[in-house]
Design a protein around this ligand. Structure first.
Ligand code: IYR
Length: 247
């Protein structure tokens, strides 16, 4: 087995190598397949990704044009590469294109949003924050978008004997998977919207999911409706979101 690299001066960089021989004897480890590239190549790749990410917008009017199922499958496969607490991958994606089920979801979502917007379940401060986005309780896109992908977090897992096995960092893990899903959908040229018709418990019932799963976020997916308008938002400047503690 190749040894991890040491300092050229002969001093080991790590005094506590990972995995320890004892750990490696008990669990399988493999050498990481990594191709190091030079700084300029990294700069180019980083900028290509940044510029693409910056073109992403949340879309609230989708074209009804169908989207092949294999594209959704590939996006979920990409999302499911997300790092997760103790590698438990505590998520389930439910992809719906059945118009009857989409319509049931829309009805239930609009009922919750009606309470949110028109019966003041979202307080004034919240409604003010949303005003520039122009959202309301109508969620037509839930019928129109060819796919609704509902992401569930698994708070625990059932062992074959029915007992519960805890998952760790469920929200963090599922949140990262959600981010990768958004990126995958965008990179393939489709659009989505992270939608949370809160409270979302109805999604568990409508989709017949087990009691260890809790809805985390829902993604309508499709092509944007041609000519769709989006809020003229600016993203925060790097200086507003990045603090560097340099040497
Ligand atoms: N879930 C509601 C309200 C909403 C909340 C936030 I925070 C948003 O950024 C946008 C909408 C809805 O989907 O309309």
């Amino acid at each position: 087995m190749p040894e991890v690299s040491d300092d050229p001066m002969g001093e080991p960089i790590y005094r506590h190598p990972y995995p320890s021989p004892d750990l490696a004897a008990r669990h399988p480890f493999v050498v990481h397949d990594h191709q190091r590239v030079d700084d300029e190549t990294m700069r180019t790749r980083a900028e290509v990704f940044r510029a693409s990410a910056d073109r992403r917008r949340s879309i609230r009017m989708f074209s009804p044009d169908p989207v092949p199922r294999d594209l959704i499958e590939t996006a979920v496969a990409a999302a499911s590469t997300a790092p997760s607490g103790a590698h438990k991958q505590p998520w389930t994606f439910v992809a719906v294109s059945d118009p009857t089920v989409k319509s049931r979801i829309r009805q239930a979502a609009e009922a919750e949003e009606h309470t949110n917007y028109l019966e003041n379940r979202m307080n004034d401060e919240w409604q003010e924050a949303l005003a520039p986005l122009g959202t309301d309780h109508h969620k037509e896109f839930l019928d129109v978008a060819p796919w609704l992908v509902v992401l569930f977090e698994q708070r625990y897992e059932r062992r074959p004997d029915g007992s519960k096995r805890k998952n760790y960092y469920v929200k963090e893990s599922t949140g990262i998977a959600a981010g990768l899903f958004v990126a995958a959908i965008h990179e393939m040229g489709l659009a989505t919207l992270p939608h949370t018709p809160s409270p979302m418990a109805f999604l568990r019932t409508v989709l017949g999911r087990p009691d260890n799963e809790r809805p985390f976020v829902m993604f309508p997916v499709g092509h944007p409706l041609p000519g769709v308008r989006v809020p003229d938002l600016a993203r925060k400047a790097l200086e507003e979101v990045l603090v560097v503690i340099d040497d």
